[in-house]
Design a protein around this ligand. Structure first.
Ligand code: PFF
Length: 469
């Protein structure tokens, strides 16, 4: 059977941008920004997105398009090593882990959407009058598990349609809709009383906070940058594997990163002014801040019920265009490697995530662990593996793939890019892993950098040795 491909030139960009734009931008980004110093976080995050995320994205694209296979098959075919196949197989696990918490949040969103639509009929919804208490009661438990199943089923339905009729068609509708609606909302929010404090918090660049907290901001900012661009999981390897040679990977990667960052900033321009106009402190609200604050804001606003439908509708679309990309990773592994039909692969994976997601929906502590630490570790570790692979196993072939279809500016950047993905970014990623584990607080900054450099050097010597035997 011939492998599926994207039908149109924009199909791939929209699908990959749809994967990137999601709850990460609208729900996790404002939450993380608020928890880590507001505009100072934004500055570090932007640096990491463009300095690490975009080259990392290109690393995944190069591997996927070169191999035309899922992450597991790609690493095996390009290296001829079973060990690399095992490393690639971790992507399937990451896809399942991501979906296990993401579809729980997707379930919350669906519930808010449904309640916003039926609220006026039932005489006003509890979520508007007592937003904090409402979120408490619905966020975890059997009902949360049921809404998670609903979100998961919709995700599965789209992925079942395949690359062209499912993912491509879906994202072609979803991504433009999200953009248009968010721009509209951002323009409207300007007119709200008290919005100014939100803009100040979000955009008022403050060097002192940045200088004093740089290292504590770095870990969360890096994790958020990888999460928001969907790198490290193997989604971008998988999506690029359905791509032809005629595309410029650096160009497509830049467009995707710009779209994603634009949506992130737009979401901030909607969410923060709304929260501040409600007197909600986004920093203390945890993962519920968005829900509580936004629902409170809608309750206080004339016509808020309608806006709530628009807002939660946008977020649902953005969440689905990302969740399908998570499911597609293990689906591609089973289809390519196991010779499964798409239908069987989707069916078995839905059954699996139905169980893992239900457990997550019942246990808040597990949810926090999966959505935070586990995902940060899997994405950072995953990206590290992909980039070492691109830099040292593919090497010159990676450059050849990078420049294929690329314009003159991107060609100029090919060698610096290889240096970045082979050495600089791996050291940075190991460093962030160490700071996440709290090692810098114990041994100090420079010793941590030293450990990171040494760790990467040891791995590189190992890779060289493997290459020469
Ligand atoms: N980038 C998505 C978001 O911001 O919501 C989340 C995501 C999707 C992460 C796919 C990782 C992934 F592989």
């Amino acid at each position: 059977m011939t492998r599926e491909t994207w039908a149109t030139r924009t199909g791939f960009i929209l699908a990959a941008a749809g994967s990137a734009v999601g709850l990460g931008n609208i729900w996790r980004f404002p939450w993380m920004t608020a928890q880590n110093g507001g505009s100072a976080f934004l500055a570090v995050y932007l640096l990491v997105v463009f300095g690490v995320g975009v080259p990392g994205l290109l690393g995944e694209f190069v591997i996927g398009r070169r191999a035309r296979r899922n992450p597991m098959g790609a690493l095996r075919d390009l290296s001829g090593s079973r060990r690399w196949a095992a490393v690639g197989a971790v992507s399937a696990v990451t896809g399942v882990a991501l979906l296990s918490f993401y579809s729980v949040v997707g379930g919350w969103i669906l519930r808010y959407l449904l309640v916003s639509m039926t609220g006026p009929l039932t005489g006003g919804a509890a979520y508007l009058s007592t937003p904090g208490a409402y979120f408490e009661t619905i966020s975890f438990g059997f009902e949360a598990a049921a809404f998670h199943l609903l979100f998961l089923a919709i995700t599965g339905g789209i992925v079942l349609g395949g690359v062209r009729r499912g993912i491509e068609l879906g994202t072609k509708v979803m991504v433009p809709a999200v953009l248009v609606l968010l721009v509209g909302m951002a323009a409207w929010v300007v007119t709200q009383p008290g919005a100014g404090a939100g803009y100040q918090f979000f955009l008022g660049f403050d060097l002192t906070t940045l200088r004093e907290n740089f290292f504590s901001i770095l870990g969360p900012a890096a994790g958020q940058a990888l999460f928001t661009l969907s790198v490290g999981a193997g989604t971008m390897v998988t999506y690029a594997s359905y791509l032809g040679e005629d595309r410029s990977l650096p160009f497509d990667g830049s467009v995707i990163a710009l779209l994603n960052t634009g949506v992130g900033v737009l979401a901030g321009l909607v969410v923060f002014p709304l929260l501040f106009s409600q007197g909600v402190d986004p920093g203390t609200g945890g993962p519920g801040a968005l829900f509580v604050g936004i629902a409170g804001a809608f309750a206080a606003l004339p016509g808020g019920g309608l806006l709530a439908i628009v807002f939660f509708g946008v977020v649902t679309l953005a969440a689905l265009s990302s969740s399908i990309s998570m499911l597609e990773i293990p689906v591609a592994v089973l289809v390519d490697e196991g010779g499964w039909s798409r239908r069987a692969a989707v069916g078995v994976l839905l059954a699996l995530v139905a169980v893992t997601g239900t457990v997550t929906a019942l246990r808040p502590a597990l949810f926090d662990f999966v959505a935070g630490t586990l995902v940060d570790l899997l994405l950072t570790g995953g990206l590290l593996a992909f980039l070492l692979f691109a830099g040292w196993v593919l090497g010159r072939d990676a450059v050849a793939e990078y420049v294929s279809g690329a314009g003159p500016v991107a060609r100029q950047l090919a060698t610096p890019w290889l240096f970045a993905v082979g050495i600089v970014i791996p050291v940075f990623l190991v460093f962030t892993l160490l700071t996440t584990a709290g090692i810098d607080a114990r041994v100090g900054f420079w010793p941590t950098v030293g450990v990171a450099v040494a760790a990467v050097a040891v791995v590189l010597v190992g890779l060289r040795r493997q290459a020469t035997v």
